[in-house]
Structure formats: C-alpha cells, structure tokens
Design a protein around this ligand. Structure first.
Ligand code: C2E
Ligand code: CA
Ligand code: CA
Length: 682
C-alpha cells in the first residue's frame, strides 16, 4: 500500500476512533438539501440510522416542519459561515436531551457547504433545572397561598409602577376585580391628598409602614397602612406593596382622643388639649409678635344652682353655656372647659396693634357676658346667670402657668368688683394681688397668735353721753406696719379666717361686758359687733351667740350685732329666721352701712331690728352735698316710720354733729367724740 494511503487510512481510522469515542453526538449535513451526510456512532445510537435522511425529520420526530433553528441556519448559512448556533432537542431514542451547536464550513469535496453539528448530553442538567423550576413553582404556589391568607392586600408593581399581580384581599379592599387592577397605575389607588406622600416614599425607597388615604373604584376613600418593598426579580425591579384598611383603628383612635382631649359633658377641648393649643399659640405669638389672649370665664353663683337644683340641671346649664361660647367665638379661637363652671377661651387677634387687639378681645368678652346673661331654660324652668371674666394678653413668650395665674387674678378682680364684668390683667392688679397674697399668709399667722387686736370706739347720744362702743379690729404687722381693716377684713372673709377671729373677738367682748358689771356707768353700755356674711351664714351662728351669753352669764341686750344689707339679700328667708331667733335671745340688731347696698324697703317691715346706722360716706359731705343730706333725711324718716333708732358714724366735727341733731338724728359715733382705743382707755 502506498505510504500516503497508509497514513490516510491510519489517520482516518484514528479520526473515526476519536469521533466515535467521544461522548457527543456528531453529524454532518449538506446545507443544500438538509440531508445528513455523516453521523458518528453515538449519533446513530441516539437517533438511529439517519445517514441520507433529512435532518429535521430525524431530529424532530413527529414533526414534519423544520425547526426554527434548522431553518434559520439553513436559510442564512452564507452569512453565517463559521458561526456557531446552539439549540436543544429532546427527541432522542434514549430520551436524552441534547444541546447542539453547529458550524458551517465549505465542503472540501464539492462546491457548497456542510454543517457540522455536535450535540452534548444535557439530560442531567435539564433534570436539575426542571427540579429547580418545580421548586420555584411550588414557591410561587406557597406565596400565593400565603398572600391570600394574610389580612393585608398585596399588590405587585413593575418598575413602571403598574400593577402586575394582586392577592385576593387587595381587589376586595379597593372594590375592583383582580383583572381590573392589572395594568393600573399604583397612583390610581391613592387619593389625591396622599399622592405626594406616596411618591416621596417610593422615591426614597422607604420600606417602613406609613399611612395614606386610598381611593376605591367607586371613588370612596379609606385610610390605609401601607408598606412597600423593592425586590429584584431577574432583571426587573418590582415593588411589593402591602395595604391594610385602618378605618376601624382610626375610629378607635378618634374615640380615644375624644376621651383624652375633650370634655365628656360639653364636648369642648379639655385641659390637655387646651394646653396643647396654648403652647402652639404662644409659639405663634413669639414668631409673629401678634397679640393673643387667654380668657378665664367663671360663672357667678353657679354653685348655688348646682347645690339647690341638682347636678342634672347644673350639667344642662354648662352644656348650653358651652354651646353659647362656641357660637360666639371664631373658628380659630379655642373654647375649652377648664373644670367645674370654668371655661377658657384662647383668642388669636392676628394683629400686632395693641389697641386693635384690646378692642377685638373686648368685643368678644362683651358678647360672652351678654350670652351668659340670657336666661337658661331647663325643664321649663328659667335660670339666670352671669359670668366674671379675667383676660391675660400676651405678645411675647410667657409660660402657661403665668398666663393662667394672670387671667385667674383678673377674673377674681371682676368678681370683687361686682361680677358680670371682664377685667384685663395689668401690673397694678399684679401688685395688689401680690400684696393680698402676702397679707393672707401674715394674717393667718397674726390671728393664730392673737396679734389682731380689738379697739373700741364710743357711741354717744345727742347729749354726748356714752351709750355704748363699737368693737373694731386692729392689726399692726411688724414689717408692713398698720394695716387697715378695710384691707384685711375682706381677706379674712374670703379665706374664712374671719370665723376664727370673730370667736376670739366675741370672747373678748363678753369678758369686757362682764368686767363692767359692777361699774355704775359702763354697766349700761352695749357693745356693737360687726358680723360678716361668712359668720352669719354658718349653721352654728345662733349657738355660738347663745353659748357665749350663757358661758359669761351676761345680759343679751348688751350685745348689738351690726349686719349689712348684703347679708339679707343672699337668702332673705333664712336670714329672717336667724334674726328672729337671735332677737328672741335678747340681742339687738343694727343695719350697718345703711343706704350703701341694694336697699329694699320691703324687708325692713319684716325685720325685728333696733337700729339703722348711717354710713360715714353720707355723713362726711353732708354740709356741702345736698344729695347726701337728702339721703340722711330719708333714712331718718324711714327709721321714724318703722320705729328704729338711728346712729350716724364718721362725725369728725361739731358742725356735722349740729347738722345731724337738727335733722333729728339721736346717736353719734366719730373722731370728734372718741377715736377707737384699746379697752384700757375706755
Ligand atoms: P364700719 O363697720 O363702717 O366701721 C366704722 C369705721 O369708721 C371704722 O373704720 C372706724 O374706725 C371708722 N370711723 C369712726 N369714726 C370715724 C370718723 O370720724 N372719721 C372717719 N373717717 N372714720 C371713722 P375701721 O376700724 O377702719 O373699720 C373699717 C371697716 O372694717 C368697718 O367698717 C367694718 O366693716 C370692718 N371691720 C372692722 N372691724 C371688724 C370686725 O371685727 N369684724 C368685721 N366683720 N368687720 C370689721
Ligand atoms: Ca360697723
Ligand atoms: Ca360704715
């Protein structure tokens, strides 16, 4: 054999050996007619005797059309010479899967091209992939089951924020069918007012829960808790959004906040909310310099209605009152119930002009006073009330405590000045309040240690013969000096200290009367004692006097009680009963400061009194002021009609004394006779 042929045979054999030995399917196709020219052993094992047959018929068992891959490669081979394609087939006899790649090369033996295709067995990989796919499918199933089991709606959006998948709940919450939701924009489900917020959350890739208002298909809205999570799925970034309807939670929250921030009786803001609003107002004022005001409103004598007519009536009045206040004030003002019969109104005047602000506030205060004064009708009964208002204005930072204190003080100022009034807080008021507070604490101490003394001022008849004395309280503080009873008696009355002091005074007076028993002159004197409302009102007042007379064994008619008209005004019926009881004991009664109060002549005829006392304010100017003279004349004439004695106080000179004698007055008290002095000087 020719050497060259030997080599050829050898190389051909070794080539066959190699090609058939490879664990790959190899075959050659004539590209012109798709006929298989060559197949290795492995190829024959897998696809049978395929030489001479059309490739796609063999390789695609059961199909008569060429596969896309074959066609593609066949039709375009010229432009794809030497290029490689890959595709998979699974129609092997042994049921294996092959991954093919091919090359197109010129046919050496004749003009034209052949395709060499090599297939590698990928059955195992394929199985593995299938398993993974199965696993994935299971995961998806589990996900769907889970997503439908949750109470939240789940919506999956693609990167364009279009809905691509929903669970069962989401369409239920939003009123769509699942299909209707697919393809819709995320913002189709968000209410207008929340769109900016949602955009921001998405932009910041925020994954924490947040609240937004959602809108249903029918346009209705509901509050929802939302939480989105960005996930990368293959190349696409998707966002899984969970949503929960929180309407009920919101309602509960509102209920709780109603309880926490509003008064249950009147539905007005309570103290907590008031403090919150006040803090905001103080902050705003600090920023703008505009004037604001805190108005403290206290109903006058509300307690009496509450105590005598019962809480149900009281509550109804408070409710009506709350309504009236709400109607008067503007939307940006706050009306709050502070407790009991106290209300607070916060006013934002929105002006930096002081007088405009004062004017604005005064108008509202006037309206409030007017509104409270309108009759309240409850169960066809009419109730009349009034209010006392204290106003603290501010346009610079101030603490809540300080503001409340100021308004409260101003309110008391209104009460002290006759109620049914409003007062602005100012520095003078502040000073007087501070003094009042100081005096109160010192007075408590002084009364406790009997440092409030008693002096006596003689009372004389037209002959200047002494007929009795008036007991008057005197207090000199070590630091503050002499303090007038005009200043400290009201404080003692307000604080209730007067009760303790008057017990001391009564015992002092009784001791004094007793000590005069054997004095020829003084044993005829009586002692006038000033009785304040707080004392007189007490249930034990009669017992105290009765006990005093018995204990000291003194004549009752030596005691003269000076009471004022105001004391008769409050509860005339009870006052009359008490006076009658006292009279029965033998004590005598004088009406002090007669003519200064709201005199009602009708009570005079019922009262078993002994004396009218003309106040010094009418006496002082009697020589110059015709009106004062007229008043004094009237008092004297009334007394004559009813048979009362008349005593004039504050007589400082002879002329006045003479004038009063001329007018017919019979008893006198004043500096021109005697000044108040300690008992040792009597
Ligand atoms: P009041 O009951 O009208 O007492 C008369 C006041 O006139 C006393 O003032 C007395 O000192 C004063 N006075 C007497 N003569 C003259 C005079 O010629 N000219 C002038 N300008 N004043 C004269 P006082 O002692 O300052 O008492 C003031 C008020 O304090 C009393 O007015 C009375 O309402 C009250 N008060 C004084 N002591 C007591 C007390 O022990 N208990 C109670 N509840 N009130 C008292
Ligand atoms: Ca008096
Ligand atoms: Ca008087």
């Amino acid at each position: 054999m020719h050497l060259q042929n030997l080599i050829d045979i050898e190389s051909r054999n070794s080539l066959d050996f190699i090609i058939n030995g490879i664990d790959a399917v190899i075959y050659v196709i004539d590209v012109d007619n798709a006929t298989i020219l060559y197949a290795n052993d492995k190829c024959k094992q897998e696809f049978g005797d395929i030489i001479g047959r059309t490739c796609y018929k063999v390789l695609q068992t059961g199909k008569s059309e060429p596969c896309e891959d074959c066609l593609l490669s066949n039709n375009n081979y010229l432009s794809h010479i030497n290029s490689t394609y890959k595709w998979e087939h699974t129609n092997s006899i042994n049921n294996k899967t092959y991954l093919f790649s091919e090359r197109i090369i010129p046919n050496n033996t004749k003009n034209g091209y052949v395709k060499i295709q090599i297939g590698i067995d990928v059955t195992n990989q394929k199985e593995l992939e299938n398993k993974i796919l199965e696993q994935q499918l299971k995961t998806i199933e589990t996900f769907e089951a889970l997503s439908n089991a949750t109470i939240e709606g789940l919506i999956i959006y693609n990167s364009k924020k279009e809905c691509i998948k929903v669970n069962k709940i989401a369409p239920e919450l939003l009123g769509y069918t699942p299909d209707e939701m697919i393809g819709k924009s995320a913002f189709d489900f968000i209410s207008e007012e929340s769109i900016e917020l949602v955009k921001r959350v998405i932009r910041n890739q925020d994954q924490s829960p947040y609240e937004a208002i959602m809108v249903r298909k029918d346009g209705s809205k509901f509050p929802a808790m939302l939480r989105g999570k960005d996930i990368k799925l293959g190349d696409e970034k998707i966002r899984v959004s969970a949503l929960m309807d929180i309407t009920n939670i919101k309602l509960k929250e509102a209920e709780i906040s109603q309880l926490a921030y509003y008064d249950s009786l009147t539905s007005l803001p309570n103290r907590t909310l008031l403090e919150d609003r006040l803090t905001q107002l103080i902050y705003k004022t600090k920023r703008t310099g505009q004037y604001s005001a805190l108005m403290f409103i206290d109903l006058d004598h509300f307690k009496i209605i509450n105590d005598t007519r019962g809480h149900i009536v009281g509550d109804k009045i408070l409710q009506q009152c709350a309504n009236r206040l709400s109607v008067i004030t503007r939307q940006y003002d706050t009306v709050a119930r502070f407790g009991g019969d106290e209300f607070i109104v916060l006013i934002d005047t929105q002006t930096t002009d002081y007088s405009l602000a004062v004017n604005d506030i005064s108008i509202i205060a006037d309206k409030i006073l007017h509104a409270v004064k309108q009759p309240f009708y409850i169960d066809s009964n009419e109730y009349l009330l009034s209010a006392s208002i204290g106003i603290a204005m501010f346009n610079t930072p101030i603490s809540i405590d300080e503001l409340m204190k100021r308004a409260d003080s101003a309110m008391y100022h209104s009460k002290d000045n006759g109620r049914d009034k409003y007062s602005f807080f100012n520095q003078t008021l502040q000073t007087s309040l501070e003094r009042k507070a100081t005096l109160l604490s010192k007075l408590r101490e002084a009364i406790e240690h009997k440092k409030v003394k008693i002096q006596y001022q003689m009372q004389v008849d037209y002959n200047k013969t002494v007929v009795g004395v008036e007991a008057l309280a005197r207090w000199t503080d070590e630091e503050l000096g002499v303090i007038s009873p005009i200043e400290f008696i009201p404080i003692a009355e307000e604080s209730g200290l007067i009760v303790k002091f008057s017990i001391y005074l009564l015992h002092e007076v009784a001791t004094l009367i007793k000590s005069w028993e054997n004095d020829e002159i003084k044993s005829k004197w009586r002692v006038s004692i000033n009785i304040s409302l707080k004392q007189f009102e007490r249930d034990d007042f009669y017992d105290v006097i009765h006990h005093l007379i018995r204990k000291y064994n003194i004549e009752a008619n030596k005691i003269r009680l000076e009471i004022t008209e105001s004391l008769l005004l409050k509860d005339a019926h009870n006052a009359l009963l008490k006076i009658n009881q006292l009279k029965a004991l033998g004590v005598t009664i004088s009406i002090d400061d007669f003519g200064t109060g709201y005199s009602s002549l009708s009570y005079l005829k019922k009262l078993p009194i002994d004396e009218l006392k003309i106040d010094k304010s009418f006496v002082a100017d009697i020589l110059d002021d015709k009106n004062d003279e007229t008043i004094v004349v009237s008092i004297l004439s009334i007394a004559k009609q009813f048979g009362f004695d008349v005593i004039a106080e504050g007589i400082e000179n002879e002329e006045i004394y003479q004038k009063l004698i001329d007018l017919g007055c019979s008893y006198f008290q004043g500096y021109c006779f005697h000044k108040p002095a300690p008992k040792e000087y009597l």
